[in-house]
Each structure stands twice: as C-alpha cells, then as structure tokens.
Design a protein around this ligand. Structure first.
Ligand SMILES: [Zn+2]
Length: 412
C-alpha cells in the first residue's frame, strides 16, 4: 500500500522526467521579406540569416505552384503570401494578383485554423502592407467568421505625414524599421502564439534598381531587421519555458534579365528559400526543394494541431519537420482506369490508402465524400485500378499514410 502511495506521488515527476518538453508552450513567428530569389540571398551580405541558418537550417524553395498544370500560380506578392497563409496554391485560395479581389476563405488561413483549435490563443500581424491583415487574413470579416487579430501594427503606408512618399522608397525602409521594432517588442512583451511579420522594402528596391549594389544593400538591411526579431525570440526562449518556431521566407524571386520584375514562371522568378531556427528538419527539407505551401503544415505539425481531415485533404504542402512518406502525387484517367503515381520518401514499407471524390464542396466550405479505392505499398510509387461507375468530368484524388496526406485534381 505504501509503495502504491509513493508511486502516485512520484507519477507526475516521472512524466516530466520522460518528456521535458511536454509543458513548454509553443509559439510561431514567420517573416515574409519581399522578392529575394535564392541566388540574390546568397550574393548579398546577410550575417543574421547566416547565424540563424547555422543554428537551424536554410534551403532553396519555390513558389508559383506547379507550372505545368491547374496549380500554376503567379509569382506575385499577395499571391505568394496567401499560398503561405492557406497552405494551398491559387487554384484554391483564388488570389491571383495584388488587388486581392476575391480570396476564397473556404481554405482557412493558418490563423483561422489556429483560432478554431484554440479560441483563447492569440495571433499577431505586423506588416508594411495593410491589406495583408484586412484582406488576406480577413480581420473581422464575416467570411472568415470574424477572426480577430489580437496584435497588429500596419497601415503606415497611408500615413503620408510621418512617412512622406519619395521615389527612392526611403519611407518604406522606415516603415519596415518600425514594423520590425513593434513586432520584436510585442514578441518580448506579449508573445502571441502565431505572428506574421511582413517586410516590403527589398522588393521596392528590386523594382527600382534590379540586380546590383542597391539591391544587395536592401537585402542586408532587411537581414538586420530579421536579426532583431530573432533576438527577441531568442530572449524569450532563454527567459521563459517557451519553444519557438522561427521561419523566414520570401514571396517570389526576380526576373533573370535584370532582377527588376516578377510574376512569370521562369526558374529565377520561382526560386525562393526557407530559413528556420530548427535543425531537426526532415529529409524532404534536406534532399528535395520545398515550397511556400509547406510552411502551413510545418506550423500545424510544430504546434501539434490535429488538423481536421477535410482541411488536411486540401493542403498542397507537407511538413518540413516530421518524416514525410510521399510527395508529388499525380493521377490520370484513361477510359475506366485510374493511374496514380507519387514519389516515396520515408517509411517506404508503409501502406498508402487511395481515395477519390467527384465533388469539390471544399471550395464552398462544404465537405466532400470520398470513395476508398484501395491500398498499396508506398515503395511501389504507383497504383492502378478500375473506377467503373464513378463517372465525372472532375475528380479529386487523395493519398493517405500515417504521416502524409496528398491530393491531386483531374479535370477531364
Ligand atoms: Zn513581392
């Protein structure tokens, strides 16, 4: 009896000893610094990005969707931000340009998803572009179920008294300074659960001067602000029991000719990069080229959010942290036979389940029902079966393993 009594007393301590991270609260900051291709990042002096990547990891990445098919996505700023925010390409989130005409909020932003998971959780948006909060995140809109951004600092571009617009874009440089400063301060004092910081100046200099010393200097300038925000995160990690995921990326690359433009599908316009403070990135991060849409599932993975199946089946990215079993799902239908292919990564002895749906209710906040087709060894990297009786001009194909969910559309 006495032994049992002591066992009960010790029980919580045993749990702590086994898992020291179990009581650490997790926080996320992601920064988008505008319009710096991977080669431009390597050309410029970036002492802060260098020190963060030394502790964590940096990889080349891409934006622009899949150039050859229905997922083709313009390499334009707001389009890129929304690909990160929703974890989907433009065929789903429906932002094709900077005017942000009609975002499809049926694909919940990482902020909406987080608030549904943790209604008391807090989120922050610190941005040199007001539309990011009001239109993309959709602060207070009915269509986003009136999501509330708890901490925000933006709209300075409309204050022409304190930030008079000049052709050298010095006002934007100043705005970035204040945005980074406010983000750092809020992280230090309030520690929102998920924060988005957006810095614009580098893109303005890219449009104005293209490749060269002015652009390199703008990248170095933004690197200094990234360092400030990182130091705020590092300070909280040191002084509290919090575990922070820190991610920095860019929304698009730049034109090959002179670096002045972007929007198209050239290799350099699609070429971006992802930096994180975590060194436990998966083999997909290390051996493949990740995409901007991979950041969303990386955040949900880090925060251990149990993402609802219907949302998981729409995400176009995979986590950069936990082992991922497959990528590059593709499918085609010939007569009554469907052929599905993918690239197997980890856990190849695992079985993959294949599902199909003929509806796309997810695009209007509905839930699709799927027919189970069968299962196959992941290592086979292909699956073929008859689908007689499932007539449609449109199909959604889903591949599911324990760790990974992929989807692909077939438009006949
Ligand atoms: Zn941009």
């Amino acid at each position: 009896m006495k032994l049992l009594y002591y066992t009960f007393l010790l029980f919580p301590f045993i749990l702590f000893a086994q898992n020291p991270d179990s009581n650490r609260s997790k926080k996320v900051v992601f920064i988008i610094v505008d319009g710096i291709s991977y080669d431009q990042l390597q050309t410029a002096s970036t002492p802060n990005i260098d020190r963060i990547s030394k502790a964590g990891n940096l990889t080349e990445a891409y934006v622009g969707g899949i150039a050859e098919d229905y997922r083709k996505t313009p390499t334009i700023s707001a389009v890129g931000y929304n690909s990160l925010l929703t974890g989907t390409w433009a065929n789903k989130h429906n932002v094709y340009g900077n005017s942000i005409k009609k975002p499809n909020y049926s694909y919940p932003s990482i902020f909406r998803l987080y608030k549904d998971y943790n209604p008391k959780g807090t989120i922050g948006v610190f941005s040199s572009w007001l539309d990011n909060r009001t239109k993309l995140v959709g602060d207070g809109l009915d269509a986003t179920d009136r999501i509330r951004v708890d901490y925000s600092y933006d709209g300075l571009e409309y204050d022409s008294i304190n930030y008079p617009h000049d052709k050298y874009r010095n006002f934007m440089k100043l705005i970035d300074v204040h945005v980074a400063k406010e983000a750092s301060k809020t992280i230090l004092e309030k520690a929102p659960d998920i924060s988005w910081v957006y810095l614009e100046y580098s893109d303005d200099i890219g449009h104005g001067y293209g490749d060269g010393p002015y652009f390199n200097a703008a990248v170095t300038f933004e690197d200094g602000l990234i360092g400030q925000i990182y130091d705020a995160v590092a300070q909280r990690q040191k002084n509290t029991n919090e575990d922070w995921l820190f991610v920095v990326t860019t929304d698009h690359g730049r034109s090959a000719k002179d670096g002045k433009h972007h929007g198209g599908q050239s290799a350099r316009e699609r070429s971006t990069w992802i930096l994180t403070n975590k060194n436990n990135t998966n083999s997909y991060f290390k051996n493949e080229t990740p995409a901007i849409v991979d950041i969303y599932p990386t955040i949900t993975d880090f925060l251990e959010i149990n993402v609802p199946k219907n949302i998981k089946r729409e995400l176009d990215g995979v986590s950069l942290l936990k082992p991922i079993s497959a990528v590059n799902l593709s499918a085609k239908i010939k007569k009554d036979t469907i052929s599905v292919t993918w690239k197997a990564l980890e856990n190849q002895q695992e079985k993959a389940k294949i599902y199909i749906s003929t509806t796309n209710l997810a695009a209007t906040k509905g839930t699709d029902s799927y027919t189970y087709l069968g299962e196959v060894e992941l290592a086979k990297e292909s699956y073929k079966t008859a689908i007689k009786g499932i007539e449609s001009n449109f199909y959604k194909v889903v591949l599911e393993t324990k760790t990974t969910t992929l989807n692909y559309w077939i438009n006949k």
